[in-house]
Design a binder for this molecule. Structure first.
Ligand SMILES: Cc1cc2nc3c(=O)[nH]c(=O)nc-3n(C[C@H](O)[C@H](O)[C@H](O)COP(=O)(O)O)c2cc1C
Length: 361
């Protein structure tokens, strides 16, 4: 009803052009403030039929969905929202109205926590990238579970909700496993899949969990808990791009061997390779994780390495530097099953969602 015939400029192109025009104005304000306002607008729009229609038009997402199965779940398309955009699962109906096939909400921790001091989110427009040290700010796993449960009733078929979990900053690393178990207990009953975030760079020592035995124990614990709760869910593990290929492949193998369904490749990066030198140095060198365009080549390399070594034993979700339909198609070509967007949305706006869906049949 809303889509124009083939061959004419469509809503998607208009949306991308409109966003491009509006972007200089948006970029005059603090990035976290704009993010907060975006979340409020999406949440509000998602709750009303007229608002949802506006979102659908703004993304220009194709209306005909070809459902596919990944990790035993039915997705209406391959494009999803990456973790950390909607930390508390507040705007699920908005994400669905924008056309996404899935959204990964969180990362949540067992207890609420404020995250790092502000400012903690920075733009690098020359590189279409961001640096963040949010520090897993979130309202806690129980609050997220409540939001997801309330939204569930009105989500469309084939829209999958993933929930990302982590540990609280104040929890000693030695007790990390108990934190993941506590968060899992709260979110598993409402999630379609659970992502174990062991790769955020902004929680001290968290990334040390990227070690074969630890990953195996984490999976065994959460899978056993899932059986006990009668909430057996596909489990994904999200890994960091700073690891070398061999380590990522070996961790992905540990995930399969322990009964996990797949990996998310990858998270933000500590290194600044690929960031242009002319990008203003003080921002480029802010501590935190880098996201966006400079990550794409590493994302593709790691997907190829894991797919090449492990074949169809696991599902792969691509995350990192996807900023166009061509990038999304390249991630599938490299071996990914699903693709997540995050920083690309900041630079291209909602039209990127429609473009990526159209490019990834
Ligand atoms: C501000 C911000 C917050 C993020 N928070 C999380 C998070 O809580 N959990 C997580 O697993 N990843 C988080 N990420 C990482 C993204 O999910 C994604 O893996 C990464 O940004 C690379 O994808 P992109 O280049 O498309 O942004 C965050 C990224 C950004 C920019």
């Amino acid at each position: 009803m809303l889509a124009p015939p083939d061959g004419v400029i469509g809503w998607r192109e208009l949306s991308i052009a409109g966003y491009w025009l509006a972007r200089p104005l948006l970029f005059r304000f603090d990035p976290e403030r704009i993010h907060h306002l975006t979340m409020r607008a999406l949440r509000g729009a998602g709750e009303r039929a007229a608002g949802r229609m506006v979102l659908t038009i703004a993304s220009g997402a194709p209306r005909r969905h070809v459902p596919l199965r990944v990790a035993g779940l039915e997705f209406r398309n391959r494009i999803g929202l990456g973790a950390g955009f909607d930390k508390d699962g507040l705007a699920l109906r908005g994400w669905a109205a924008l056309g996404f096939g899935f959204a990964e909400v969180g990362t949540v921790t067992p207890l609420p926590q404020p995250g790092s001091d502000r400012p903690r989110l920075f733009r690098l427009p020359d590189d279409k990238s961001l640096v963040n040290r949010m520090g897993l700010n979130n309202a806690g796993a129980a609050e997220l579970a409540r939001h997801v449960m309330l939204a569930r009733r009105s989500l469309p078929a084939g829209f999958v909700v993933g929930v990302s979990i982590g540990r609280n900053k104040a929890t000693p690393q030695a007790d990390a496993l108990a934190d993941y178990a506590a968060a899992f207990r709260l979110v598993a009953p409402v999630a379609d899949y659970v992502a174990l975030n062991v790769s955020s760079p902004n929680t001290p020592e968290l990334r040390e969990m990227q070690e074969r035995d630890t990953v195996a124990r984490l999976l065994e614990t959460t899978l056993a808990l899932g059986r006990e709760l009668a909430s057996v869910r596909p489990i994904f593990v999200k890994l960091a791009p700073d690891l070398d290929d061999g380590t990522v492949v070996s961790l992905a193998r540990a995930v399969c061997d322990a009964g996990g369904q797949g990996v998310i490749l990858t998270n933000t990066r500590l290194g600044r390779d690929g960031v242009q030198l002319r990008t203003r140095t003080p921002i480029r060198d802010e501590p935190g994780g880098l996201s966006g365009r400079p990550l794409l080549s590493r994302t593709l390399e790691l997907i190829k390495a894991v797919r090449g070594e492990l074949g169809d034993r696991l599902a792969i979700i691509a995350s990192g530097g996807i900023g166009s339909g061509t990038d999304a198609a390249a991630a599938l070509e490299a071996g990914a099953d699903l693709v997540q967007l995050w920083t690309g949305l900041v630079y291209r706006g909602p039209g990127l969602i429609g473009e990526a869906i159209a490019a990834t049949p």
